[in-house]
Design a protein around this ligand. Structure first.
Ligand SMILES: CC(=O)SCCNC(=O)CCNC(=O)[C@H](O)C(C)(C)COP(=O)(O)OP(=O)(O)OC[C@H]1O[C@@H](n2cnc3c(N)ncnc32)[C@H](O)[C@@H]1OP(=O)(O)O
Ligand SMILES: CC(C)C(=O)C(=O)O
Ligand SMILES: [Mg+2]
Length: 516
């Protein structure tokens, strides 16, 4: 691929990203992010706006002195003092860039700058010449380019290149552009400005209409070869184009875009997490590339497809952007194939297809009650199914427990004992105590309860509770287990499982003296 096909990635997380209300960072945090961006192989790091404050100056200066493999840049208005401050901060950079800008749209020139268009051109030229006297690498931005008049824009850009700007940036400052129109703007400037070939054209898109990435990609087709973006799309108002989306779109759709970047994509996720952690701006689960669900599948049909051939539902690999693996989330939309594959991964072997079907049915019941079924849930569910199947003498058919402030809890249970239904009832000091007493009212095992423990198998209030009941009878101690999202139900299951195991053991040892 030729150099013409390379897109320069200019990251402005530390400057425009920090302009997000609430995203201010300390110098130490900025240095950490700058190092992560260097490792990601970002071409240009806009480290800050040196004139903004002594702290910003210090951050830009330290980053300029620390970073070796990326160009470090400072923003500066088209004002001598700003440019001098930027030059000072960048003095020791291995590779430094001064980025100066002035607005070129009628609305900005008239109301904000209160300047005539001719004055704007003059000030831009003066600023660029000043910047060039301090630094060989000078970027000039026509702020609000997408709302500027094209003839005027052509004059400004030509003058800026003549004055020594090596990069010309055409920002969509207020996120107003539409891809086709924006691409046409870039194309027209590159065609009409006589010295356009002496500069690299750049775009800097905001996301007010959710089009920042689409506009940036459209500009590539029109010849832009630098894209300004931020990690996680952080930035002023609705943010900037997200670096991870731009980079992965370029990589994944190389067939149509025909360009490449030098980004080391497996570092994307860790950089995203670092920026999110430092700024406190969480990444939404469905965010492209770096969201928790970006490589997760819950639907049975998708899981089945991915298990058979990953590319059926994935256009990138999770590993290519830093995830360990893609993820099969087991939930109520999952199918038998994904369930079977998870059992395999967990090393669980079910004796027959009908055991698998039974376990799958229990899994579906559980998934109806819980958002996500975790590995621990499956282990509990399968062992519960197996132990239940092994000993079916006592079975829970249904139960109802009433627990009310100021009143004694009462449990009503329907049990199947050796195939016969029994309705039992008891009160107790709590709902579990009432349940156990109701069971004992008919089982009359004579066993002593030695341990009762409840564990939440996974996080969250919708988690399954796993109950262990330890019973002792005639010196024999056994543990019964039960799992359910309802912990009283799980307790009943565990108790009945313990009784079944006790009975089974007794039946083997003394066939005449088995329980009941
Ligand atoms: C589109 C963008 O993202 S632009 C970057 C925005 N980022 C920031 O503003 C963050 C850092 N900013 C700051 O710390 C401060 O605004 C400073 C230090 C730059 C300037 O502070 P102050 O001198 O107090 O000026 P203030 O911010 O109130 O107003 C901006 C002034 O700069 C002028 N100005 C704005 N852009 C430019 C420009 N590109 N070139 C020259 N002058 C400009 C405005 O017209 C205004 O001038 P006025 O005071 O004569 O009316
Ligand atoms: C300073 C410029 C590049 C900017 O951030 C914008 O126009 O959005
Ligand atoms: Mg901006």
């Amino acid at each position: 691929m030729s150099n013409n096909d390379r897109v320069i990635i200019f990251d402005t997380t530390l400057r425009d990203g920090e302009q997000s209300p609430g995203a201010s960072m300390t110098k130490e945090e900025k240095i950490r992010i700058a190092k992560a961006l260097e490792r990601l192989r970002v071409d240009v790091i806009e480290a800050g706006f040196a004139i903004a404050s002594p702290g910003d100056f210090d951050s830009v200066k330290t980053i300029a002195e620390t970073i070796k493999d990326s160009t470090v840049c400072s923003l500066a208005r088209a004002i001598d003092a700003d440019i001098e401050r930027a030059g000072e901060a960048l003095a020791k950079a291995n590779s430094g860039r001064i980025h100066t800008f002035i607005a070129t749209s009628p609305i900005h020139m008239q109301y904000k700058l209160r300047m005539q268009p001719e004055q704007v051109i003059e000030q831009a030229v003066r600023a660029i010449s000043k910047a060039r006297s301090l630094c060989a690498d000078v970027e000039f931005s026509c702020e609000d380019a997408s709302r500027s008049e094209i003839d005027f824009l052509c004059r400004v850009v030509e003058a800026a290149i003549d004055a020594g700007a090596t990069t010309i940036n055409l920002p969509d400052t207020v996120g107003y552009a539409i891809p086709e129109h924006y691409a046409a703007l870039v194309r027209e400037l590159r065609n009409r400005v006589p010295n356009a070939d002496k500069a690299i054209f750049s775009v800097h898109c905001h996301n007010d209409l959710g089009l920042a990435v689409a506009n940036s990609l459209a500009a590539i087709d029109a010849g832009a070869r630098q894209i300004e973006c931020t990690i996680n799309g952080l930035g002023e108002r609705a943010g900037n184009a997200a670096l991870e989306e731009i980079v992965m779109a370029i990589k994944t759709r190389q067939d149509v875009l025909g360009v490449h970047t030098r980004i080391d994509t497996p570092h994307i996720l860790s950089t995203s997490r670092m920026v999110s952690g430092i700024t406190g701006f969480p990444v939404q689960p469905n965010k492209a590339i770096v969201g928790a669900n970006a490589f997760a599948h819950e639907s049975g049909i998708h899981q089945d497809g991915v298990l058979k051939h990953r590319e059926t539902y994935e256009i990138m690999t999770a590993q290519d952007v830093g995830w360990n693996t893609n993820k099969m989330v087991l939930g109520k939309h999952s199918g038998r194939n994904a369930f079977r594959s998870r059992l395999d991964e967990l090393g669980i072997v079910l004796p027959s297809e009908s055991d698998l079907n039974a376990a799958f049915a229990r899994f579906k019941d559980l998934a109806d009650k819980k958002h996500e079924v975790f590995d621990e849930d499956i282990q509990a569910l399968v062992s519960d199914a197996i132990s239940e199947e092994a000993t079916e003498y006592y079975k829970l058919v249904s139960m109802e427990v009433a627990s009310k402030t100021g009143e004694v809890p009462v449990a009503h249970l329907v049990l199947s004992i050796d195939g016969q239904e029994h309705h039992v009832e008891s009160d107790g000091s709590g709902p579990v105590d009432a349940t156990f007493k109701a069971i004992e009212s008919v089982a009359q095992s004579g066993a002593t309860l030695q341990l009762f423990s409840v564990n939440a198998i996974t996080q969250g209030t919708d988690s399954q509770g796993e109950v262990t009941v330890r019973l002792e009878l005639g010196g024999r101690v056994i543990n019964g287990n039960g799992a359910d999202t309802d912990i009283v139900m799980a307790s009943a299951r565990a108790y009945l499982n313990a009784l079944n195991l006790l009975r089974e053991g007794q039946a083997k040892a003394h066939p005449q003296a088995a329980l009941v």
